[in-house]
Design a protein around this ligand. Structure first.
Ligand SMILES: C[S@@+](CC[C@H](N)C(=O)[O-])C[C@H]1O[C@@H](n2cnc3c(N)ncnc32)[C@H](O)[C@@H]1O
Length: 214
């Protein structure tokens, strides 16, 4: 990961660091979503939306789809709605409180044609993968998919020296759950919930997009 102009690491969803990361990754993720999202009308859920910058950036490119932001608490909901209203995104719903560790907060079965989640695993415990896969397994339509974007380890190894450096920066913060997680652990969590890793796509700046399907 290039350190050029990178603000100090701060995982708060409204931090300068998260805004910087989001502005770097939103174009390549949009290009991928253009290839993957349904052409027909449908419902798309973002998990861990944070500031809402991604969902509000993507939504105008898919006027036939309805976008549902969410996060574990309502702390950022006013910000998500402010972006939506400023940008006039009529196809972005009011955010929902969805905590991936709390199934009672998850909406109804089979309600989403696609789900996506950006940059959560480097600052969350790997155990959250089980909740995310269980949630996706419950909420996705039969041919729906879950796309997870972020930096990951691959079968116990760093894919680049810069990812190892980023991992070490995260670990040096002394927070138990911070650090890169392994794609193998996500795959195992998915398989335990009836999903499979269908595609592993290399993205710029040593990130991956992982697509899980039934
Ligand atoms: C680093 S921020 C990334 C936010 C946004 N996806 C982005 O890329 O700008 C991580 C987000 O994960 C959310 N999060 C952490 N634990 C969660 C959980 N158990 N369920 C749902 N969201 C969670 C946080 O509230 C925060 O918004």
């Amino acid at each position: 990961m290039s350190t050029e102009n990178r603000p100090p690491l701060d995982p708060h969803p409204l931090s300068e660091y998260v805004a910087w990361a989001g502005h770097r990754n939103r174009e390549p993720i949009l290009e991928l979503l253009k290839k993957k999202l349904p052409q027909a009308p449908g419902e798309v859920l973002e998990l861990a939306s944070g500031s809402g910058m991604h969902i509000n950036f993507f939504a105008p490119h898919f006027p036939h789809l309805t976008f549902q932001p969410s996060d574990k608490t309502d702390e950022t909901f006013a910000h998500i709605k402010k972006l939506r209203d400023e940008q006039g995104n009529l196809n972005v719903r009011d955010p929902l409180a969805i905590d991936l560790t709390e199934p009672s907060t998850w909406p109804g079965e089979g309600s989403y044609h696609a789900m996506f989640c950006i940059n959560i695993f480097q600052v969350a415990p790997v155990s959250i993968a089980d909740g995310m896969m269980a949630c996706a397994s419950r909420l996705l339509t039969e041919d729906g998919f879950l796309m997870i974007y972020g930096p990951f380890m691959l079968e116990g190894a760093f894919t680049t020296p810069s990812n190892e450096e980023f991992h070490n920066i995260l670990r040096s913060a002394g927070v138990e759950e911070w650090g890169l997680k392994d794609i193998a652990d996500l795959r195992k969590a998915a398989e335990a919930r009836g999903l499979r890793l269908a595609e592993q796509i290399d993205m710029p700046a040593n990130n991956f997009s992982l697509i899980f399907r039934r």
